[in-house]
Write a protein that binds this ligand. Structure first.
Ligand SMILES: *Cc1c(COP(=O)(O)O)cnc(C)c1O
Length: 506
């Protein structure tokens, strides 16, 4: 009897033959060539480059040294306990912790924010009997908190921000109810790089017996070390030393310049921290205690973060922060001198949001022009009083006066070109039609047509110039955009239909 079933036929139609290691590595290198550069400072979002090559080597070797270790069971692998304690201790001492401060190493900012919300929800339920919890979020809070609210069943209470993109404590006070489990403040916000008035927000929360989380994911390591630099203005207060702040997240894979997969979530004490942990003894397998969302947990990012932190050291980070601070000043001043551009708000950290000051200059066209010139600036669509703008994350690799001058020169050229090209035209009829669509009942075919109209190709292929696509997305109601975005990404990942296009000799 032929043992080959249909299933086997599918598997054998495209069998995976063991491939030569050097050919695989060559293919990886070829694939990477299409990516944005992760070094050099011209990719001004997503990547953080200290500009120190030896650091990459150290991090890679540290990852290697713990390869195979499973952080799931700290009793089997006590090395992870020591490494995590040293990393968390360093973060706590930098960011206003006291002897009782507790913390957890997580896989990144999103996981830190998720766990802060989960912890607050469980704390509110167990200590105050809150069963229909709410979370108070300034409109500038990171998307990770909306993800947390969705995943963990909290209702979001949105609070507006002022002209400088900072939340007003009185608005936070007005948003509090007996059901509030957590209030969030950013230090700084991702979109505009401004620090919320943490002392007043935290005091307001504390006055109502509510927990307050400071999201210092992107700015904590930078601002914490900038405070140690003599000749710069004191950053606004934001850390655990501020009364009423009960937890704080700080990403090491941002301004700690560690490999990705590294963040720390600090709590005022271990008693608060325990509410977010998961323990389970009611199954036939091993007894479970998870401090994070992961089960099996790589030790690589922890070991690499530990090594990088210890290698750079406090003085090293203070020096990197000082350089970045000077670069940000140069950038903000320089942007102010480019006709047609303006900086949104007054950035407190190393993030700068650049909007247009001339209706003929579309920021997304500027982004396309900069991309052609070898620079990646991140488009941020208009939202809640914040106009369309470009986000620039300044890291140490870009923090060189000549590099910033080069950036400003390219920016001026891109603006001049964008003015010539004019804003992308959006068909008002199309937008009108799209606005009539109900995102909840949209079929895949209708979604496909909407995407085609927006300029997205069948395989999820995006055009080289993104400004027209972004202009359409920006004009659509958010729920419709939220229905369409996964559709675009889904096309990039066709599943079983995907074939190895390796062409790698076996
Ligand atoms: C980056 C960031 C996050 C999320 O962190 P990831 O590491 O991207 O998951 C949360 N909050 C702020 C302010 C951030 O900048």
């Amino acid at each position: 009897m032929d043992r080959r079933t249909d299933r086997d036929a599918r598997a054998f139609a495209d069998p995976c033959r063991g491939t030569d290691a050097s050919a695989l590595l060559a293919r990886l290198a070829a694939l990477r060539a299409a990516d944005l550069p992760v070094h050099g400072g011209r990719t001004m979002a997503y990547v953080y480059d200290a500009g120190l090559t030896a650091l990459d080597d150290l991090a890679a070797r540290a990852q290697d040294a713990v390869a195979g270790v499973n952080g799931l069971d700290m009793t089997a692998f006590p090395s992870v306990v020591t490494l995590e304690n040293e990393v968390v201790g360093r973060a706590a001492r930098l960011l206003g912790g006291t002897a009782g401060t507790a913390g957890t190493f997580t896989s990144g900012g999103t996981e830190s924010c998720l766990l802060a919300v989960l912890t607050a929800r469980e704390h509110a339920r167990r200590t105050r009997g809150v069963t229909d919890p709410e979370i108070v979020l300034p409109v500038t809070a990171h998307a990770a908190f909306h993800k947390a609210a969705r995943l963990f069943g909290l209702r979001v209470v949105s609070v507006p921000v002022d002209d400088g993109f900072r939340v007003r404590p009185a608005d936070v006070a007005a948003a509090l109810t007996p059901r509030t489990a957590l209030v969030v403040a950013s230090a700084p916000s991702y979109a505009h790089g401004v620090v919320d008035p943490v002392p007043a927000v935290a005091a307001t929360a504390a006055g109502h017996g509510v927990l307050c989380h400071v999201d210092a994911c992107i700015g904590g390591w930078y601002l914490g070390h900038l405070r140690l630099v003599d000749d710069v203005p004191e950053p606004p207060p934001f850390d655990l030393s501020v009364p009423g702040v009960t937890s704080l997240s700080v990403d090491l894979h941002k301004y700690g310049y560690t490999p990705k997969g590294a963040s720390v979530l600090l709590f005022q004490d271990a008693e608060l921290r325990r509410h977010g942990w998961f323990a389970h003894a009611s199954w036939p397998g091993y007894p479970v205690v998870n401090a994070t969302l992961q089960g099996t947990k790589p030790a690589g990012p922890l070991a690499a973060a530990w090594a990088v932190l210890e290698r750079v050291g406090t003085d090293g980070y203070a020096e990197l922060s000082a350089r970045v601070h000077r670069a940000v000043r140069q950038l903000v001043d320089g942007v102010g001198e480019i006709e047609g551009l303006r900086v949104l708000g007054e950035p407190d950290a190393a993030l700068v949001a650049v909007a247009s000051a001339d209706p003929r200059v579309d920021p997304f066209v500027v982004a396309d022009e900069m991309r052609l010139r070898g620079w990646y600036l991140q488009p941020q669509p208009a939202h809640a009083g914040s106009p369309a703008n470009l986000h620039l994350t300044v890291t140490a690799a870009a923090a060189d006066p000549a590099r910033i001058a080069e950036l400003l020169g390219e920016l001026a050229g891109a603006v001049a070109r964008a003015r010539e090209l004019g804003p992308p035209s959006v068909d008002p009829g199309l937008i009108e039609l799209a606005r009539g669509l109900d995102p909840d009942s949209l079929t895949p075919e209708e979604a496909g047509l909407a995407l085609e109209a927006a300029g997205v190709g069948p395989g999820g292929a995006l055009p080289a110039r993104m400004a027209p696509v972004l202009a359409v997305l920006q004009a659509l109601p958010a729920p419709l955009t939220e229905r369409l975005l996964p559709e675009v990404v889904s096309r990039l990942y066709p599943g079983a239909d995907a074939r190895s296009g390796s062409g790698v000799p076996g």
